[in-house]
Design a protein around this ligand. Structure first.
Ligand code: FAD
Ligand code: SF4
Length: 515
């Protein structure tokens, strides 16, 4: 009686729940490199290299551990490039009595998996994904009956649940949140530690060649692949963060510096999201650094909050609100993404820096995603679906369950305030405060109108003015609308004209051009 255990690209954990229910002797594992998935959006080539190589290494490790693995490579002539069809082929190849699968992270894939039982007339058991601290059911219970969902309260419950940074029932240090200490602009003279670099081994080099051959025109630089692809690499990356960057993570979490793509960030999101690291082990490692006096509380608390707070929270929202969540468009924005999102060809230095490093590394840190590329898309009325497709394509850590709420909800306010209490919109002033980008920009950040004025300035007021009916009632924007009311008519007209000029000059793109 053989069990078939399909393993997806984000299920690369040796203690995956579906594996815990099977014996090596009576199980057949199925892993597939599916073109259908690789082409839903034009995924960055380094993301494809990372995932295919991590999958191949994981399959090798499973085999060494005694599992029997059917691995269907992208270039296998028999590959149907549909996961469901590959399950069907596996059922034809082997005598399978039932399918055991860990709960997929993607809502659509979950629906597909649910259809297998009827389709194949075979028992299909979907095992909960226990790599998360809060299950979808638990989140639903937490959310039930609450007038307003706020991450901060959820986070406190997760602190209590895990005991992380808790002294009995009180938060370590007496307060839950040290964000006030964590918003420092970058200082000149700061040293930024080198990010870890992993030399591609034989297997990774073969994947690099395959991706180069199969996706010749695809978005993203292929040279200089430096990400780890195994659990050992991921653990080494975590240790490197704790040893060299955790100390600066808190203070400079929101800082942006030209030519420095990584700063003090952990660079572990891609490993967490494909299963090479577990969220709890990561937080325990970081909390231990605090216990050992090797890292300050503001950095450790700030980091733990991102993982047991934000990461778990957005997953909860995703499964609570899908499938309708994807269609939400609070402002009714319909514009196509500007072409420079795919090329980096813009004079706006903040956008150029953020996009160029995305092209090179499939990485940008949170504030670049939120306050540079996200902010510009929001201010220029880009359709949230187009913005979502871009983020899903270009970042190595992007999987829909985490990317969609961050993009559509947090960054584009498409859900009308479910994820954030006000839109993350800003003028050039914020960017100038938190980065050194403006000094090297062709535009002048202090100017609001005219050809040389920073485009963010006029766009910000245009956004507030055109969405007044939807935003004026928001208490957190009272001051903004007071300032808009006090603005003289000529200034307001000049700002609106400048913003419309900027928007009309944007060259639209089509993601399909980059497939
Ligand atoms: P660090 O800055 O070192 O943070 C540590 C970890 O905390 C991250 O690895 C991540 O696991 C977690 N984390 C931090 N912020 C968030 C958040 N808002 N939501 C969920 N987890 C968080 N994160 C993804 O993992 N995948 C995505 O596709 C993704 N898309 C995003 C899109 C937008 C528009 C925005 C604003 C944010 C997005 N994020 C996404 C959140 C965040 O930007 C990345 O997790 C982070 O930049 C990854 O880099 P890092 O590992 O160096 O993280
Ligand atoms: Fe960006 Fe404006 Fe600063 Fe240029 S001046 S880097 S466009 S914020």
């Amino acid at each position: 009686m053989t069990k078939l255990i399909p393993i997806f690209a984000d299920h690369l954990s040796h203690d995956l729940s579906a594996l815990q229910y099977a014996n090596k002797a009576d199980a057949r594992i199925l892993m597939v490199e599916v073109r259908e998935e690789a082409e839903t959006v034009p995924h960055h080539r380094k993301k494809l290299i990372f995932l295919f190589s991590a999958m191949r290494h994981f399959a090798e490790e499973l085999r060494e551990d005694g599992w029997r693995v059917d691995y269907i490579a992208l270039t296998d002539p028999q590959n149907t490039h549909s996961f469901t069809d590959e399950v069907k082929r596996a059922l034809d190849r082997h005598t399978i009595s039932e399918i055991f699968v860990c709960q997929p992270g993607n809502w659509r894939v979950q629906e597909v998996v649910k259809s297998w039982e009827e389709m194949f007339d075979l028992r299909v058991t979907i095992v909960p994904d226990d790599r998360f601290i809060c299950s979808s059911d638990e989140f639903e219970q937490w959310a039930e009956g609450r007038k307003q969902l706020r991450m901060e309260y959820f986070y406190r419950d997760m602190r209590r649940k895990t005991g992380l940074l808790m002294v009995r029932d009180k938060p370590e240090g007496g307060v839950w949140n040290y964000d006030q200490e964590n918003r420092k602009p970058p200082k000149s003279g700061l040293d930024y530690p080198e990010a870890p670099q992993f030399q591609p081994d034989r297997l990774t080099r073969s994947v690099i060649d395959m991706v180069a051959a199969e996706f010749p025109t695809r978005f993203g630089t292929i040279e200089g692949f430096q990400w780890g692809v195994t659990r050992d690499d991921a653990l080494a990356s975590l240790q490197d963060f704790v040893a060299h960057r955790l100390n600066g993570f808190g203070h400079y979490q929101d800082a942006m510096v030209g030519g420095e793509p990584f700063l003090f960030h952990s660079l572990i999101g891609l490993y967490l999201n494909c299963g090479l690291l577990r969220p709890l082990e990561v937080c325990e490692t970081v909390a231990q650094a605090y216990a050992d006096d090797a890292a300050p509380l503001n950095a450790v608390e700030g980091f733990v909050r991102q993982i047991i707070g934000w990461r778990e929270y957005v997953r909860g929202i995703y499964f609570l609100k899908m499938p309708d969540y994807k269609d939400q468009n609070f402002f009714g924005n319909l514009r196509t993404l500007p072409d420079f999102y795919w090329t980096g060809d813009t004079d706006m230095n903040c956008l150029k820096q953020s996009i160029d490093q995305t092209i090179d590394h499939a990485y940008a840190h949170h504030i670049q995603r939120l306050m540079i590329t996200g902010n510009f898309a929001l201010l220029t009325s880009i359709d949230p679906v187009r913005v979502h497709e871009w983020y899903l394509a270009v970042y190595a850590d992007a999987f829909e369950w985490v990317e969609l709420p961050n993009t559509l909800g947090m960054s584009q306010f498409g859900d009308g305030g479910l994820l954030g209490s006000k839109p993350y919109a800003s003028s050039g002033n914020y960017i100038n405060k938190m980065s050194d980008y403006c000094g090297d920009c062709r535009y002048k950040v202090k100017e609001r109108v005219g050809e040389d004025a920073c485009p963010f300035n006029a766009l910000y007021w245009h956004f507030m003015a055109r969405n007044e009916d939807k935003l004026r009632g928001n208490n957190r924007l009272n001051m903004v609308y007071r300032n808009l009311d006090n603005m003289d008519g000529d200034t307001r007209d000049a700002l609106m004209d400048r913003a419309e000029q900027v928007i009309s000059q944007l060259k639209p793109s089509h993601a399909d051009d980059y497939l």
